[in-house]
Design a protein around this ligand. Structure first.
Ligand code: ADP
Ligand code: MG
Length: 250
């Protein structure tokens, strides 16, 4: 069943067309990838889906509800289903790990503080951190641990759909592998639909069920990695191989 449907979405900045009538669907329970070169409109697309950026032309549906023209009240209700980890999404440096995870819970729920702390602690453990990390400050954490805390913060509000914008960028290869594994486990445990913007070939190969590639404002591919590689298409092979070389040159 499709949980998100994008129909003929067109986005322009000045004279520049970023999306030219693009259409695709994301199915419930999928780990879905959004791929494309730098500046191809990936982040803009995700921000439009989570209603942080205006939809200029075309339509986006969440669970069959048209989010391009809904009331404020409905939009708040729908927003409660989304959680995101944006590129460079930083932790609050003046809050410790547990307090960082509590931020969303305090903002979006009316739970008593004891319960908030309990939920935060549960989520801390879900992302593979330990109770002893709870009182550390972001400056005391490795890059991989920071990402885990940000992820714990995002899943703490129990979203239906989780959006991750380049989650493994900046991580060393082994931390990136561990993060990818964590994503797979979380999906299974929490019954999430996950949408990932990535150019990490390992993520593309091992984590994504399906992906789209945006190029020149259009979707030039929509399918899984096996289909992409079996096509023997010069652009697709180049796109996926160039990414591999970048990775090897780490
Ligand atoms: N609010 C905005 N106003 C003008 N230009 C923008 C805006 N947001 C993004 N852009 C431009 O649109 C293009 C796509 O941006 P973005 O979606 O961030 O790409 P990506 O995430 O694929 O790297 C870029 O050229 C960017 O500079
Ligand atoms: Mg981006």
């Amino acid at each position: 069943m499709s949980i998100i449907k994008v129909n003929n979405l067109t986005t322009k900045f000045g004279n520049r067309v970023i999306h030219d009538k693009i259409s695709f669907q994301v199915n419930q329970g999928e780990i879905f990838g959004v791929l494309g070169g730098s500046g191809s409109g990936k982040t803009t697309l995700i921000k439009q889906i989570v209603m942080l950026q205006e939809i200029q032309e075309g339509e986006i549906f969440f669970l069959n509800k048209n989010i391009s023209n809904i009331t404020m009240k409905d939009s708040l209700e729908i927003k409660n289903n989304f959680s995101y980890l944006f590129q460079f999404g930083a932790l609050y440096s003046f809050l410790n790990v547990l307090e960082n995870i509590e931020v969303m819970l305090k903002e979006y729920t009316n739970l008593p503080i004891e319960l908030i702390q309990e939920v935060a602690l549960t989520n801390l453990k879900l992302v593979g951190l330990k109770e002893e990390h709870a009182n550390l400050y972001p400056s005391e954490l490795s890059g991989g641990m920071k990402k885990r805390v940000a992820l714990a913060r995002a899943i703490a509000i129990d979203p239906k759909v989780l959006f991750l914008d380049e989650p493994t960028s900046g991580l060393d290869p082994s931390s990136a592998d561990q993060f990818n594994e964590l994503i797979l486990n979380l999906k299974k445990m929490l019954n999430l639909t996950i949408i990932i913007i990535t150019h990490d070939l390992k993520t593309i190969k091992n984590t994504l069920d399906r992906f789209i590639i945006i190029n020149d404002a259009n979707i030039v591919f929509n399918g899984d990695i096996t289909t992409a590689l079996n096509k023997n298409d010069i652009f697709l092979n180049d796109f996926l191989t160039i990414k591999k070389d970048e990775k090897n040159g780490y």
